[in-house]
Design a binder for this molecule. Structure first.
Ligand code: SF4
Ligand code: SF4
Length: 135
């Protein structure tokens, strides 16, 4: 689509003269394009002394009636890829390591049985003796 930057237009009307479709007209000494008549030939772009006329980049290769979505930047794609990789591979490993560390810490905090024998309970030596018939 051909566009005119109104701030750059000086109203010289050269584009009006060159347009084969009569698609350009002046309003308050600023050129306007009738998009319904414009064929996009680009003759007016070459004629404009102030470079006020330009082609809308998103429309260059687009068939009529089809709008092109702007492409995602390469940097954004790379960042997304890194985030996905970290999320799917590293995150489970990190969570597993944290879980192991917590388990180890909790096991170390579990109260240990006192080293002395409790009343009424046989020591390991006594139990072994019972298995051997008191020897
Ligand atoms: S691109 Fe061609 S048809 Fe469209 S306004 Fe310019 S000169 Fe006219
Ligand atoms: S040629 Fe350029 S400066 Fe002159 S009227 Fe057309 S758009 Fe404006």
């Amino acid at each position: 689509m051909i566009q005119i930057n109104q701030q750059q237009c000086n109203g010289c009307a050269r584009c009006l003269d060159v347009c084969p479709e009569g698609a350009i007209y002046l309003v308050d000494e600023r050129a306007q394009i009738d998009q319904g008549r414009c064929t996009g030939c680009g003759d007016c772009i070459e004629e404009c002394p102030t470079a006020a006329i330009y082609r809308d980049a998103t429309e260059i290769t687009t068939p009529p009636g089809v709008k092109v979505q702007p492409r995602e930047s390469t940097l954004l794609t790379a960042i997304k890829s890194v985030v996905v990789t970290v999320g799917t591979t590293l995150l489970p490993v990190i969570i597993s390591k944290i879980g192991e560390a917590l388990t180890t810490k909790l096991e170390n905090k579990t109260p240990q049985a006192p080293s002395g024998n409790k009343p009424g309970r046989a020591s390991g030596k006594q139990v072994r003796r019972r298995y051997r018939g008191g020897r």
